[in-house]
Design a binder for this molecule. Structure first.
Ligand code: SF4
Length: 279
């Protein structure tokens, strides 16, 4: 018999835990209602103690559901929403309440990541609003393509956006993710107009995203926005490879090695040249 969903622990040691089919039994009408009302979301897990997903020490909620299919995705078990635990908004809010004091002391906050959180935009807005009510700093880690789902009022609950810029070239973006880059860039410009700070995340994948011209264009675009506080150059790694295997997905980056320290430094230098802070 399946474990009752409200007893499945929300906490995971890391998002690298493989989780599948945790809401596969849920009737489709209930899923639709959850998505429309935002009273329930689908989460891979909550993790604590992150120092890389926004300022200070963070609690991170990992949502399930993503419309991208990035070749280097290290959490493909978050692609399907039905792999996540159905979690009532009230339960997720209570979970955050537990950490409220600690997060304040550690100058941290709550980050919603995924998957792509905006696949569940109503739940995301309600949970971020609840976090703000608790006095918790909020960050949204997104591929940006569904940013148009958020109204200006929704965006008021977001203190920081961690925006993945994967490629400047539309053709390469399509090859890397299966989706168009245009809506991502539009969302970045809208965040700039709303003066919401962005941390750009750029995954450096040898042979795919490391073309200096590609990096230069992303750097120029980011610098011109005026609201980019920092750029995280994330070296490609193979930590998620086992998930592709477990899920019987075709992993095409088997032979790609992580970039050298020099290559990471070169990419960082391209962002620094246009006046951006890199990490
Ligand atoms: S956007 Fe993120 S979660 Fe979605 S496929 Fe790409 S890397 Fe994976």
């Amino acid at each position: 018999m399946n474990q009752p969903q409200d007893t499945i622990p929300l906490e995971a040691k890391s998002p690298f835990e493989l989780r599948v089919n945790l809401s596969a039994d849920m009737p489709e009408t209930d899923v639709r209602t959850a998505l429309a009302t935002g009273e329930m979301g689908f989460l891979h897990s909550f993790t604590t103690g992150s120092t890389v997903d926004g300022p200070g020490v963070r609690v991170v909620g990992w949502t399930t559901g993503c419309q991208f299919r990035c070749l280097y995705c290290h959490n493909p078990d978050t692609w399907n929403m039905s792999n996540g635990i159905p979690v009532a908004l009230a339960r997720a809010t209570e979970e955050l309440r537990k950490y409220r004091q600690g997060l304040k002391v550690m100058l941290g906050g709550f980050t919603l990541s995924g998957g792509e959180p905006l696949m569940q935009d109503r739940f995301v807005v309600k949970l971020l609003a609840a976090a703000k009510e608790l006095g918790i700093h909020t960050a949204l880690d997104t591929n940006g393509a569904l940013g148009a789902r958020l109204s200006d009022a929704d965006l008021k609950h977001v203190d920081l956006v961690l925006l993945d810029l994967k490629s400047w070239s539309p053709e390469l973006h399509r090859r890397l993710t299966g989706m168009e880059v245009g809506p991502v860039l539009d969302f970045a410009q809208r965040l700039a107009a709303c003066r919401i700070p962005i941390w750009v995340r750029f995954v450096l994948v040898p042979g795919l995203t490391d073309d200096p011209e590609n990096i230069a264009q992303i750097a120029k675009f980011s610098a011109d926005l005026g609201n980019v506080e920092r750029v995280d150059v994330l070296p490609f790694h193979q930590m998620g490879r086992f998930k592709w295997k477990e899920l019987k997905l075709n992993y095409s980056l088997e032979d790609i090695q992580p970039p050298s320290i020099e290559a990471v430094e070169r990419a960082c230098a391209q962002f620094s040249t246009v006046g951006l802070k890199t990490y």
